[in-house]
Each structure stands twice: as C-alpha cells, then as structure tokens.
Design a protein around this ligand. Structure first.
Ligand code: ATP
Length: 199
C-alpha cells in the first residue's frame, strides 16, 4: 500500500498548495532549521486522525491553519490529502487509488473524506489500524519518540507490540463491545424494574 503523494494546502507553514511525490525506495526531506520538515510528518499524522493539538505543537486544533506572514494573509482553512496506490487492494476499497483528506476551517469545523466522500474520524482511524500504520504506531517516529518509547511504562510499550502484531484493532473493538454490553445490562435492569412495578 505505497503512499504515492501528499498534498498540503494551508497547513502550518505550507501557505500554498504543495504536492510531495514519493517514489519507490527511500525519500529523504532535507532543509534548514524551521523550514517545515516536521510539519510534513505532522500533516501526515493529522490526516490519519491525530486529535491532540498538543502533539502537533499547538494549543488548539485551529493552530494548524497557516497563521499568515509578513507578506501573506492567514489561510481560511487547512487541507491535507494522502494518496495511496491501492492496485493490490490492500486497503478495502475497489478503487486502485485511495485519497484520504482532512480539512479544518477557521470556524473549527473539521471533516474527513475518503475518495471525496465524507466519512467519520473513526472510519479513517479504523482504515489505518487495519493496515498497521495508525498515527500513533511505529510507522511514524518523530523527534524525541525513540527516547519516549525507551522511557515508556511496560503497558505503553506493550500496545506498540500489539499494534505491530495487528491485535490492537480487535482490542479496541472488544473495549467498545464491553461498554455497549454494560449499557445494555443497565437498560435490562431498568426494564425489569419497570415490569415489576407494572405487575
Ligand atoms: P528543525 O530542523 O529545526 O526541526 P523543521 O524543518 O522540522 O525544523 P518545522 O518545525 O517543521 O521545521 O517548522 C517550523 C516552522 O513552521 C516555523 O517557522 C513556524 O513558524 C512554522 N509554523 C508552524 N505553525 C504555523 C502556522 N500555523 N502558520 C504559519 N507557520 C507555522
């Protein structure tokens, strides 16, 4: 499932629509300090469903929108798309190309699209969890992440292995099912009480 292209528009320092093509093999991105290298990996994590503004070095999610400069007006929105080659259909879509887009407006409205169709954040996250490259996986290692992993608690480290082994997705589904089961049990108790009152 190769990532073939990244399109960044109005995200952080990328005021202008910028297309980055990824060839086969290793792609290196070089540039002076502060030129936007980390912003590129943050753009990728953002589309994949990152919900913590702090981990994107901001205090509010709207901080990802280009804030303006001496020569340019601030942007009204930020939009990032990841384009995957899906010829081998590793992603569960019939199309040979899958485009995942996230957009945020100054009003705070946020939306996700898969192949131009509006989807929920959990759909995007599930898609990446299934493929083992979710935004908090080892597929993306940011500055300081190696130290963070080495210093993490055993249970935090365990979840990294679970993700690599592909079981994290099922674990999350199990947790969701447990919550639903508890709610259903509560509802049943309430219904039984009502039935008893009516008898
Ligand atoms: P280093 O090599 O020092 O790690 P880098 O190339 O990774 O640097 P980044 O950290 O990606 O650079 O980019 C930082 C730049 O992005 C700063 O100049 C900062 O002002 C700019 N920036 C961050 N958020 C925004 C925003 N919302 N609007 C405009 N510019 C932004």
């Amino acid at each position: 499932m190769p990532l073939t292209e990244l399109i960044i528009d109005g995200f952080k320092s990328f005021a202008e629509k910028t297309k980055i093509k990824f060839d086969t093999g290793i792609t290196g991105i070089v540039g002076p300090n502060g030129s936007g290298k980390s912003n590129i990996t943050e753009a990728i994590r953002w589309v994949m469903g990152e919900s913590s503004a702090k981990s994107l070095r901001g205090s509010n999610m709207k901080d990802v929108i280009f804030a303006g400069s001496e020569f340019r007006q601030p942007a009204n929105h930020a939009e990032v798309s990841l384009i995957f080659n899906n010829k081998k259909h590793e992603l569960n879509f019939k199309e040979d190309q899958v485009v995942i887009t996230r957009r945020i407006l100054r009003s705070g409205d946020n939306e996700y699209l898969i192949n131009k169709k509006s989807v929920r954040q959990r759909d995007v996250r599930a898609l990446f969890l299934d493929s083992g490259i979710s935004q908090d996986s080892l597929a993306i290692i940011s500055q300081g992440r190696v130290d963070q992993i080495l210093n993490s608690r055993p249970e935090e480290r365990r979840s990294l292995f679970e993700e690599a082994a592909g079981v994290l997705h099922f674990k999350r589904q199990k947790e969701e099912a447990k919550v639903q089961l508890e709610q259903t049990t509560d509802n049943l108790v309430r219904i039984n009480d009502l039935v008893k009152e009516l008898e």
